[in-house]
Write a protein that binds this ligand. Structure first.
Ligand SMILES: C[S@@+](CC[C@H](N)C(=O)[O-])C[C@H]1O[C@@H](n2cnc3c(N)ncnc32)[C@H](O)[C@@H]1O
Length: 234
């Protein structure tokens, strides 16, 4: 396991991505086409839209928690898990105080009415804690192709769900040996997901979610993530 997600620059990049991408100052030199900002919030909204029950949601690989705060507008309880200490510390502070300050910038989750305060904890998606309980919805946005063993992670989700639970995966399908040994890649991604999930889940939908992630004020990555939604079989 690497500490790729621990640098101050990455923390700042994800705080901006999760809490400021809807502002004109996000990419100040050019207006973005519509529909590319607030990706974490849109992933949370997709999860809410497809869910059948609204008691407990898990945001796995939550980073600094943008999707978790959106899930909290619909679910009674939201748990965010990430491997990065600095991301979890920032998300925890956002949840407990409502703000997080980095240099001169103050980050605040949207003021939408929330049913709960999400709680955040450090964890490894490939070896999940045993005490998590059962969830009505699990979101994994842009996590699959950053894992050393995505199949182990998917298999681990079985113990966290029940019939009718919803799984939402969004992924840029950017498999890279820096994160995942080639023999563990789910490639093509959707086929890999089917191979692992078909025995216990049904596909509900597959669609694209475009987004822009800023590197700095004059450069950004444009990505079209593939989203797939699955329901745990009876
Ligand atoms: C590409 S970012 C995506 C973050 C967020 N879901 C989003 O869509 O903006 C991947 C996240 O997964 C986390 N991560 C990487 N490996 C992990 C693992 N084994 N278990 C839990 N989280 C992990 C990283 O710390 C990072 O926050």
């Amino acid at each position: 396991m690497t500490d790729t997600y621990e640098s101050p620059a990455l923390l700042r990049q994800y705080l901006d991505f999760h809490y400021r991408s809807g502002e004109t100052s996000y990419l100040p030199h050019h207006e973005l086409p519509e529909g590319l900002t607030e990706y974490p919030q849109r992933c949370g909204e997709v999860t809410i839209e497809y869910s059948n029950r609204y008691q407990r949601a898990l945001d796995l690989g939550c980073a600094v928690g943008g999707s978790s705060f959106t899930l909290a507008t619909a679910f009674d309880e939201v748990v965010g898990i990430d491997f990065s200490d600095s991301f979890i510390d920032a998300a925890t502070q956002l949840a407990s105080t409502g703000t997080f300050r980095s240099s001169e910038v103050v980050y605040t989750p949207s003021s939408d009415h929330r049913k709960c305060r999400p709680h955040f904890r450090k964890g490894n998606a490939c070896a999940l804690p045993q005490d998590l309980g059962c969830f009505d919805a699990i979101l994994m946005s842009n996590l699959l192709c950053r894992l050393p063993d995505p199949t182990a992670c998917l298999e681990g989700l079985k113990a966290l769900t029940q019939p009718g639970s919803i799984l939402v995966f969004t992924t840029p399908c950017s498999w890279d040996e820096a994160f995942t040994p080639r023999e563990k890649w789910l490639w093509p991604t959707l086929e890999g997901l089917h191979q692992t999930l078909d025995p216990w889940c049904e596909t509900c939908d597959v669609f694209d979610i475009p987004f822009v992630l800023k590197d700095h004020d004059r450069r950004a990555q444009f990505t079209v993530a593939q989203a797939s939604v699955w329901e745990v079989k009876a």
